[in-house]
Design a protein around this ligand. Structure first.
Ligand code: CP
Length: 354
């Protein structure tokens, strides 16, 4: 049995953020993911990474990411190895080393490169000391030293595999989103969530030429450089980007709404002199009315509803929407995580010549 075209297509490349790729590259991933999704459902074997190992380093908890990567590697004939940072010498940036408790990322990356075929990392929030951009620096440090591909399983700026699964889910119901209103909105949560998902989703929607509307209360602005990148992508791919502070107005006539929580960046370095988690929670508690209800979706013209999960029921969204809204893509997005990740793993870890 020959291998499909996509095995080894991006051989040796790391996948840290989708914005490092082109729309054409992303379409190639989606095409590969479609093939893998079909084969998964038809029970066609896909032994494209036999004997290969993925090391997964989770500094934060996970349901979807861990299980979809682990199951995905197994289904490709390889092995996914779970690494908890406290059970190894915690891989750490040079400024935070503690003797015999931590190990330099430069060394960990080079050791793991001798054992396997890719390293995947999740790090944000407390694990990144709530210094916005520090989690991404950790992922970049791994990529700098690793001889094998590094995969970003979510840092504090980007969640590329979530956005790939999301765009696949959207294109399954709206084959062309160019010119369609795609709302990425804040929704209230009592917890502190990173900016990774909204920034990645807005960026990928811009890469597909959507009319991107970013809705949030004052204080929830994206990181400046990433906002600039989203605008640049929108210009390149013929879409538009607008920002509003009104959720209801944003939803009106939308094709897709993606309402989820993120944290107000002004309470965290480098946007403040110290980390102020209590201040951030107190501030975001003013916006409990940023919740998605069935009434809001119906009054807006019934857009597709999206959320990366886990959604905070009763805060970001009502039970009724998650359980009964017929245009919810919530579980399709989770499902597609498996297929896009298998696609990228086959593309970067696979070889055309083996
Ligand atoms: N959406 C997402 O990354 O889910 P997990 O936190 O469960 O991995």
């Amino acid at each position: 049995m020959g291998k499909p075209w996509y095995v080894g297509y991006f051989e040796g490349k790391s996948w840290l953020m989708n914005v490092a790729f082109t729309q054409d590259d992303i379409r190639k991933v989606i095409d590969a993911a479609k093939d893998l999704k079909y084969k998964f459902k038809a029970k066609v074997p896909t032994p494209y990474l036999v004997g290969k190992t993925l090391f997964m380093l989770f500094y934060n908890r996970s349901l979807r990411t861990r299980n979809s990567f682990e199951a995905g590697m197994f289904q490709l004939g390889g092995h996914a190895h779970f690494l908890s940072p406290q059970d190894v010498y915690t891989p750490t940036l040079p400024e935070d080393m503690i003797p015999y408790k931590t190990e330099a990322i430069s060394d960990v990356a080079r050791v793991l490169s001798r054992y396997g075929d890719a390293i995947a990392i999740r790090i944000y929030g407390d694990a990144a000391k709530w210094i916005i951009g520090r989690g991404h620096r950790v992922v970049e440090e791994f990529a700098k030293w690793s001889a094998i591909p590094v995969l970003n399983m979510e840092d504090d700026l980007y969640h590329p595999f979530q956005a790939l699964a999301d765009i696949m889910a959207v294109l399954e119901v709206i084959p062309n989103i160019k010119g369609k209103k795609f709302v990425v909105s804040y929704a209230y949560s009592g917890g502190l969530k990173p900016l990774a998902v909204p920034q990645s989703v807005a960026a990928i929607a811009a890469m597909f030429g959507a009319e991107v509307v970013i809705a949030h209360p004052p204080g929830f602005e994206f990181v400046d450089d990433i906002m600039n990148k989203i605008r640049e992508l929108s210009d390149t791919y013929g879409g538009s980007v607008t920002v509003t502070h009104n959720m209801k107005e944003a939803f009106e006539g939308a094709a897709v709404v993606y309402p989820k929580a993120w944290s107000p960046k002004g309470f965290f370095p480098p946007y403040s002199s110290a980390v102020n988690k209590d201040g951030a929670k107190e501030y975001q508690n003013k916006f409990k009315d940023w919740i998605v209800t069935m009434e809001l979706l119906e009054a807006s013209g019934k857009p597709y509803y999206m959320h990366c999960g886990p959604a905070d029921r009763g805060q970001e969204v009502t039970d009724e929407v998650l359980d009964k809204y017929e245009k919810s893509l919530y579980f399709n997005e989770a499902e597609n995580r498996l297929h896009v990740q298998k696609a990228v793993m086959a593309m970067v870890m696979g070889s055309k010549y083996e």
